[in-house]
Design a protein around this ligand. Structure first.
Ligand SMILES: Nc1nc2c(ncn2[C@@H]2O[C@H](COP(=O)(O)OP(=O)(O)OP(=O)(O)O)[C@@H](O)[C@H]2O)c(=O)[nH]1
Ligand SMILES: [Mg+2]
Length: 420
């Protein structure tokens, strides 16, 4: 179950009470005070961890209470400390105070932790109050209450790149082709109901994290479709990759669809509307793609704001154009990382950690073979052959060759079957 927003109350453990006791032993008259201190209450610590992908564990339990400290006892026995409660959250979890809406803490780095509630201190036993003038103190203190906090925890995924577009545009298919993520893919809108993250290993040194979110539709800002609910998962991404389907089944115009999604982004947050964007026409092995490509180019040329956007054509199914796209994304992500470093900002933390092997993409063995041209090698080969759409686009990019190009044969050594 994917849950990205929960409201929770945390209460740390109460401290144990100090004890009032006097030493009573044969042949030891006036043994003096021997009441021990109470133990400190357990604190509650939140820790960001790679591999935890959802706040689901907080969804069915609204209250979290750490263990109390034990009371002190006679013979100077101190109470045991309450055990610390450590809870794991996904990297990218913001802790927000319910009362004033302020972000108390943003847990982004793997291993980063935050003591959300401190345990109450232990009370003092009466032995502590013994002094030269008071040999039989009858004082002790009670344990302090543990802190209580009522918070909203909200996950904004950590990704370098956000895949956006209308439902059915091919976002999940693209993610499944360039990373080892295996999102659900189907021929109907809103197949993806929750965000999926995938790590794209471009080569041994370079990788980026991509988020695939549910499709957006016109009116999302008014709650239509899945609304803006999941846009927060691309908020941290420095680059948006906007996928446009050339022939939507609902008969809508791809250019209008593109503009509608742009408008929805602006409605959600003007900053997201101004975010660096690559526009990608999907399913480019289909015939009408070229015409749509040219219309999109024209649209950018006419539109002052968007004329600098770069346009790509890909076919995730036939793995055409993926190499160029991934390389361009990587370059932009690298540039942004450098800018962030220069500005003294934190880099996206996920890429700095070891990713568990099962989530590491295997670029050498394409996820599944479908159709005649199914490996990235074909994409690479395709770049060496003049495109049937021929010319260099005004956006400075040659269109990928459609799948009518010769298919590389097994055992063809010249065929570079490795993604660079
Ligand atoms: N012909 C062709 N079909 C594709 C291509 N990429 C994706 N599809 C198909 O398009 C349909 C939708 O693909 P998805 O990847 O589920 O689309 P999505 O954008 O994730 O859709 P939502 O999750 O509903 O937003 C599926 O039937 C895919 O098989 C492509 O390059 N060529
Ligand atoms: Mg999807």
């Amino acid at each position: 179950m994917f849950i990205d927003r929960v409201e929770v109350e945390f209460t740390a453990g109460k401290g144990g009470d100090g004890c009032m006791s006097f030493r009573r032993e044969k042949f030891v008259p006036r043994g003096g005070p021997d009441g021990g201190d109470g133990g400190k209450g357990g604190s509650i610590v939140l820790e960001a961890r790679v591999g935890v992908n959802s706040l689901a564990m907080f969804a069915n339990r609204r209250f979290f209470r750490a263990e109390k400290g034990k009371h002190g006892e006679g013979s100077l026995r101190h109470g045991r400390k309450g055990e610390e409660m450590r809870l794991y959250v996904p990297c990218g979890t913001s802790i927000i105070d319910t009362a004033d809406g302020f972000v108390i803490k943003d847990l982004t780095h793997p291993g980063e932790e935050f003591v959300i509630c401190r345990g109450g201190r232990g009370g003092h036993g009466n032995a502590r109050f013994k002094s030269a003038t008071n040999q039989t103190p009858r004082q002790r203190t009670l344990g302090g209450d543990g802190e209580t906090r009522h918070v909203i925890m909200q996950l904004k995924s950590i990704a370098d790149v956000g895949l956006i577009g209308k439902p059915n545009a091919g976002k999940s298919t693209l993610l499944s082709r360039i990373s080892s993520a295996r999102p659900e893919i189907a021929d109907y809108p809103f197949t993806t109901k929750f965000p999926n993250l995938g790590i794209v290993d471009v080569d041994q040194e370079r990788s980026f994290v991509t988020a695939d979110i549910p499709g957006l539709i016109e009116g999302a800002s008014e709650g239509l479709g899945l609304g803006h609910e999941f846009l927060r998962h691309v908020e941290r991404a420095g680059l948006l990759v906007h996928l446009v389907e050339p022939t939507p089944v609902d008969g809508t115009d791809p250019i209008e669809n593109y503009s509608a999604i742009r408008e929805e982004l602006r409605q959600y947050d003007t900053k997201l509307g101004e975010r660096d964007e690559l526009v990608v026409l999907t399913k480019c092995e289909l015939d009408p793609d070229r015409e749509v490509f040219e219309r999109l180019q024209q649209h950018f040329a006419e539109n002052k704001v968007e004329h600098e956007r770069e346009l790509f054509a890909i076919s995730a199914a036939s793995e055409i154009g993926l190499h160029d796209l991934v390389e361009e994304i990587m370059q932009r992500v690298t540039r942004r990382r450098q800018e962030m470093l220069d500005a003294g900002e934190d880099l996206n933390p996920i890429r700095e950690v070891d990713v568990p092997t099962e989530t590491k993409p295997s670029r050498r063995t394409p996820p599944h073979k479908s159709g005649p041209t199914s490996s990235l090698s074909n994409d690479k080969q395709a770049r060496d052959i003049p495109s049937i759409w021929g010319k260099q686009s005004p956006m400075g990019r040659t269109l990928a060759t459609p799948p009518s190009q010769p298919t590389p044969q097994p055992g063809d050594d010249d065929n570079p079957d490795e993604h660079p």
